[in-house]
Design a protein around this ligand. Sequence first.
Ligand SMILES: C[S@@+](CC[C@H](N)C(=O)[O-])C[C@H]1O[C@@H](n2cnc3c(N)ncnc32)[C@H](O)[C@@H]1O
Ligand SMILES: [Zn+2]
Length: 411
Amino acid sequence: MKDKIKIDFPTEIIREGEVKVLVPKLSAFVKSPSEYAPSKAPVFYNPVMELNRDIAVLALQAYQRSLNRAISVCEPLAGCGIRGIRFAVEVKGVREVVINDINEKAFQLACYNVRMNELCERVVVKNDDANFLLSSYGAPRKRFDSIDIDPFGPPVPYLDSAIRALRNGGLLILTATDMAPLCGVRSKACIRKYGGKSLRTEYCHELAVRLLTGSLAMTAGKQAMGINIMFSHSADHYVRVYAIAKYGAKRADENIKNMGYIIHCMRCSHRESIEGLSPIKLPRKCSECGSKISFAGPLWLGKIFEKSFCQLMEEEVDKRVLKNGKRIRKILALIKNEVDAPIAYYVLDRLCDELALPVPPVKSFIRALREEGFEAFRTHFNPRGVKTNASAMLIKELLRIVITREAVSFK
Ligand SMILES: C[S@@+](CC[C@H](N)C(=O)[O-])C[C@H]1O[C@@H](n2cnc3c(N)ncnc32)[C@H](O)[C@@H]1O
Ligand SMILES: [Zn+2]
């Protein structure tokens, strides 16, 4: 079978989830361990993204269960096809999967993998440009129930055609791996790609999700579609957003109300959300210390998780044996807990560094904030992160008190 399909580079068979796939033998394409093997191989394959694919399987199953009918799925940037193949095998109620890659070698490998997993009846493999492919599915009755855009870099170039190829109420899934622009390191690139400015702050991973979601909301709005974010997460070197898109100019208008800015003082760490798209509303000075204020946005200030969807995903993880099961349970528990938490978390290490204080356990600091009558939550975005409605100034005061109290109790 391998001969007929023409695979002329070193490969190996790996197992992931419930499938077996032929992938490039990554060790054959790097000269030193510091090289990034996935992009050196003739076909992209990244074993680190197993977590990303595991979570996608759970979310797609949660979505299928919420619809309670057979669904069609498209993965327009598929590499060796592992993700789409996992959808076909591991998600119940998947009627058809279209997997596609512009790279001829990836196409060959995906064809091989579809045959090896005996999925030729339900999985179609294509070798087109992603936008061309999605556009060819943009007409009524041709559209997909779910589209997973998983590029190397930003998903933005595919948003427009993905929205058009998604049926009413469809689930659009996006990966963004260009964390330098999204985290404020390459500011101009972020504005150019996502239409919003990022900032180099300790909560930049949340900014990344909100900038990507904002860009999606504005793109969906052009097609009179509104979005609801069912789930999102940040892990390793990327962020992911799971959005249900529905037709309706009113829904799209409501989405615009979720757009706005986050203002941030680099001196005292004060931060605030400013709703609305008008930059005229943005203050120039920090209300706490009077320093010049920076801003991020326009970006999405609305919800980025849905509790009921997280619960469905939790039920699904309990039904499966996944290599990352334990890590996923932890991520889901943290996200369920932060669904309604205030925007823009504080990282205790950074604050304590600034104050030259030892870092208290997150748990005891959250308890202290709650005892003072504030909301306080952990966040999946950072293991030392705290989401709270207390002001930066108050947090710092409380940190000093907690550290002194703990030092006394240790004596
Ligand atoms: C990050 S990889 C995909 C990995 C895959 N989704 C997975 O889970 O293993 C991105 C893929 O997009 C493909 N690609 C890049 N530009 C494309 C385009 N314009 N149309 C279709 N595929 C494209 C690349 O060849 C590469 O295989
Ligand atoms: Zn300030």
